[in-house]
Design a protein around this ligand. Structure first.
Ligand SMILES: NC(=O)C1=CN([C@@H]2O[C@H](COP(=O)(O)OP(=O)(O)OC[C@H]3O[C@@H](n4cnc5c(N)ncnc54)[C@H](OP(=O)(O)O)[C@@H]3O)[C@@H](O)[C@H]2O)C=CC1
Ligand SMILES: O=C(O)C1=N[C@H](C(=O)O)C[C@H](O)C1
Length: 238
């Protein structure tokens, strides 16, 4: 496949390595410096774009692909306020759009178990629920996209909670998310149910970016030829 990498940072480079090993061709590698070259790509020279950039850049990159007939896989986080608009653009353009806040199979299993555990724990109100995420110092958004997806999975079973909030802004009716930034942490997520007596935790710890990159590549191989908005539940049948 002819793959366009929109974003050639930590994720773009890891995806490139896996894609080349699988015999794919990289037709472009876009960063801040050459972002203007995006206008040279279209459905005649690109089979699929993989977009891992920045909260400020993701929506425009995805829109460009959808308007120009390029199936697009995006993992950028921190732009969820425009996700509905991107989905609408996908419909209007009869496009192909795959989004995941986290592409690793392990995290998607974690999401699945998280929803099940929340549905059971909701019956034990003594247990206070919270999420903690830890990432490297370069991460620009907080909380992580993964923590937000996990929060949404919990909130389905906790109608008494009115959304999530970062711990520093949380009130009693919000699901608190603690965000920590530490050197060289790839991505750690923990859901904790605690009383004064004991606690129960579900955690996922990424040891490298390979899981994110291989999931994104799997999505890129799967997407072309399918029309609509898709996610990991579609790919993994979870
Ligand atoms: N869904 C998932 O599984 C995962 C998601 N992520 C998310 O992916 C995103 C990228 O992460 P990561 O690779 O670690 O970040 P990096 O900062 O390492 O790389 C970002 C890349 O995007 C480029 N970029 C920024 N703006 C634009 C633009 N307008 N057009 C083209 N390229 C642009 C940067 O260019 P330059 O270097 O010139 O600034 C850089 O090459 C983040 O939002 C992160 O949260 C990360 C890991 C997994
Ligand atoms: O920025 C990162 O590095 C990561 N971002 C994603 C997120 O915000 O959830 C996924 C992963 O945790 C790594």
């Amino acid at each position: 496949m002819k793959i366009l990498l929109i974003g050639y940072g930590k994720m773009g480079k890891t995806i490139e390595e896996l894609a080349l090993a699988k015999g794919h061709e990289i037709v472009g590698k876009l960063t801040h410096e050459n972002a203007g070259q995006l206008s040279g790509f279209n459905s005649t020279n690109t089979d699929v774009a993989i977009e891992f950039t920045h909260p400020e850049a993701a929506f425009d990159n995805i829109s460009y692909c959808l308007k120009n007939g390029i199936p697009v896989v995006s993992g950028s986080t921190g732009w969820q306020n425009r996700f509905a608009e991107a989905s609408e653009s996908c419909k209007e353009n009869n496009g192909s759009f795959f989004y995941a806040s986290n592409f690793s199979i392990g995290v998607n299993l974690f999401f699945h178990f998280n929803e099940y555990i929340a549905s059971r724990m909701q019956q034990y109100p003594d247990y206070a629920v919270q999420i903690k995420e830890i990432h490297h110092l370069q991460k620009v958004d907080k909380p992580s996209g993964t923590a937000i997806t996990a929060a949404e999975g919990i909130l389905k079973s906790y109608p008494e909670l009115n959304g999530w909030a970062l711990e520093e802004n949380a009130t009693d009716e919000k699901l608190p998310i603690i965000s920590e930034r530490l050197e060289n942490v790839i991505g750690t997520h923990v859901v904790r149910y605690a009383t004064a007596i004991d606690e129960i935790e579900l955690s996922h710890v990424a040891h490298s970016r390979t899981g994110f990159a291989s999931g994104a590549l799997m999505a890129a191989e799967w997407l072309p030829g399918r029309k609509g908005v898709f996610g990991m539940k579609d790919l993994l049948n979870l």
